[in-house]
Design a binder for this molecule. Structure first.
Ligand code: ADP
Ligand code: MG
Length: 616
């Protein structure tokens, strides 16, 4: 047989490598910003158009390149950052693979202008899909400007895979934040479609965090410092009362490089244990300095994961450093009249039993009845939500106060039994008796046997259909707040809120204003207790950041899912008999009662026959 193995031509190899290095516009942004930092720039400009699809440009005032270097920089494995394998163990730069520019040039139209100190003229190079179109002498400032246009122009499948401009811009912003947070001394300017999104002056770390995440962040930050032989830890954690539903504000930097480490993240979570509400996440900006020889950054092509020589000690050091700061800076909250006492988490929380969270349910809801009895329900809500929230945390009130009447969830049902199984009548003739199994399932009997219903999923389904209906027919009932509620968010989060504002309005949120870092709400959907509004919006932001939010259909769907997930009865909650029955009725009044909005089965049935078989 003839030889069949051939070496791939360079441009093909580059395109393949590009698949690994460049997933989306944000990957290009990361590589270009890091190159600028490696070139010792003190001022960096990032310019993008249409979420980076049309243009990504990074202009720096770094060391620049000679004409030869400029040309060579686009070759694969061309790097000035390492010379021998030994250098891999002493990395102080972001890049070292020499792959980024070659990869980017393989899948886009690239223009570079660059000049080094002390030379009069610089170099301009144009490359399209790995082909050098032109190379000229050029008059250009010291430093490098690299613009990347029409990303993935020659890989249509990749281009089609990109999300909406908004979503891509959000990813770019995330990368920008990571680089800007790692280098507070460097000045940054970030423009999108001609608007300046960020203008960051050279400053200290605290101020940089505040400039990026909003003025209100300042009061949240608690410094962390620790120095051992192995590692130097510095940075900030956010006070426990500011823990959020979304994971947005969690940053680890190792030797000024942003990294992800589920293991070290766990160390922080462990330090916060007992201080924050379940399902919320602590915020942190932690900077570790370690000997480059003690880490291996080589294990991930885009280099956000690294391996440490002694992870266990690092874990212990981090955890104790964070605990120490929490103890030192956060013991007695200052007297602050703007402060919501309900948000305070007592320190002795850990040693006390956990109270059942309370949930308010509009059992009067029936999608087939157009005017559910609302007035009574609303009152019930307000009463419950105020109490329920206080009791979520163990504090003085709950210690002193006796158990109130809200210890179990109560559905205010105007029972609609009888009519509910219509349409499924032949199968579903409930006897009207139910019981709760392990605070998780509701068991009820039907003519042919028995049904076991997952209470949380059932309730998710009921709420999901209700919200979906509200959104589609735009008849949400809003509950007016006595006082407008002000909530603070980062610029990025505010962007998300603006994107989904229309859908939020259709479910019943009423916005008074949405500003740079603050929103004001004057009305909330009927089912959302006021004390939960912040949580709900946090969750919405975080879900929307993860999902495709381009078209309005999916936006509506995500919104209804988030609300149903956040507000549903959870496993572990006790339901009284009326509530159980109401939930069963509501469930089977749903258009789809078999699966939850997240596609999980809601109930199983056991027929008499099935049971009989077990006794053979
Ligand atoms: P790496 O960063 O891994 O070395 P790149 O492909 O990103 O690989 O860049 C290749 C080389 O081009 C770098 O090693 C550096 O010498 C040079 N270079 C890239 N960008 C810049 C820049 N903005 N300023 C100066 N030199 C740069
Ligand atoms: Mg690089």
């Amino acid at each position: 047989m003839a030889d069949i193995i051939k070496l791939l031509p360079d441009h093909v190899a580059n395109q393949i490598a590009a698949g690994e290095v460049v997933q989306r516009p944000a990957s290009v942004v990361k590589e270009l910003l890091e190159n600028a930092i490696d070139a010792h720039a003190t001022s960096i400009k990032l310019i993008v158009k249409d979420g980076g699809k049309a243009l990504i440009q990074v202009v720096d005032n770094g060391v620049g390149m000679s004409a030869t270097d400029a040309r060579l920089s686009f070759e694969r494995h061309a790097t000035s950052k390492i010379q021998s394998a030994q250098d891999l163990f002493n990395l102080n730069t972001k890049g070292f693979r020499g792959e980024a520019l070659a990869s980017i040039a393989a899948i886009a139209h690239v223009d570079m202008q660059t000049r080094t100190e002390g030379t009069e003229v610089g170099t301009a190079i144009k490359i399209e899909g790995s082909k050098v179109v032109s190379q000229e002498v050029s008059v250009t400032p010291k430093g490098t400007s690299l613009s990347v246009k029409n990303l993935f122009f020659n890989i249509p499948a990749r281009r089609n895979f990109l999300k909406s401009n908004q979503v891509e811009l959000r990813h770019i912003t995330d990368e920008f934040h990571r680089v800007a947070l790692a280098h507070p001394l460097v000045e940054f300017h970030f423009y999108n479609n001609g608007n300046e999104l960020f203008s960051l002056q050279s400053t200290n770390l605290r101020q940089r965090i505040v400039n990026i995440l909003g003025q209100r962040t300042n009061q949240k930050l608690v410094p962390v410092t620790e120095e051992t032989q192995m590692v130097k830890v510095s940075g900030f954690i956010c006070k426990p009362e500011f823990a959020k539903k979304s994971r947005g504000e969690q940053f680890f930097f190792v030797n000024n490089r942003f990294i992800r480490s589920p293991y070290l993240h766990h160390a922080i979570v462990a330090a916060f244990e007992g201080l924050i509400r379940k399902e919320t996440h602590p915020g942190y900006f932690l900077y570790l300095e370690v000997d480059p020889a003690a880490i291996d950054i080589n294990i991930h092509p885009t280099k956000t994961e690294i391996k440490f020589d002694d992870e266990h000690s690092l874990y212990a050091i981090l955890r104790s450093a964070v605990k120490h700061s929490l103890g030192q800076f956060n013991v007695v909250p200052a007297l602050d009249f703007d402060h919501d006492p309900n948000l305070e988490t007592p320190y002795d929380y850990k040693d006390k039993g956990v109270e059942q969270p309370r949930v308010m349910v509009d059992a009067a809801f029936n999608p087939f009845v157009d005017t559910p009895k609302k007035s009574g329900v609303v009152q019930g809500y307000q009463k419950q939500s105020a109490k329920g929230w206080e009791n979520m945390y163990v504090g003085l009130e709950s210690k002193v106060g006796k158990e109130d009447d809200f210890s179990s969830v109560s559905f205010e049902s105007d029972t609609i039994t009888g009519s509910i199984f219509e349409g499924q009548k032949e199968n579903w003739e409930t006897t009207g008796t139910t019981f709760q199994l392990r605070r998780k399932y509701i068991v009820t009997t039907i003519k042919s046997g028995m049904v076991i219903i997952d209470q949380s999923r059932a309730h998710q389904r009921v709420l999901y259909e209700k919200f979906l209906k509200n959104i589609t027919v735009k008849e949400a009932v809003s509950q007016q707040l006595l006082f407008p509620l002000s909530l603070n968010y980062s610029k990025g989060d505010i962007g998300v809120i603006r994107d989904i504002k229309d859908s939020l309005t259709t479910v019943g949120f009423v916005f008074d204003k949405i500003e740079d870092e603050e929103i004001q709400i004057t009305g909330v959907p009927l089912l959302v207790p006021e004390s939960e509004v912040g949580m709900v919006i946090d969750q919405l932001i975080s879900d929307h950041q993860q999902e495709i939010t381009g078209d309005s259909f999916s936006q509506t769907d995500v919104l209804a899912k988030t609300l149903s997930k956040t507000l549903s009865v959870k496993t572990g909650e006790q339901l009284d008999n009326d509530s159980q029955l109401a939930l069963v009725n509501d469930l089977f009044a749903c258009k789809e009662s078999r699966v939850s909005p997240f596609n999980k089965p809601i109930y199983v049935t056991l027929s008499e026959n099935d049971i009989d078989k077990k006794f053979i």
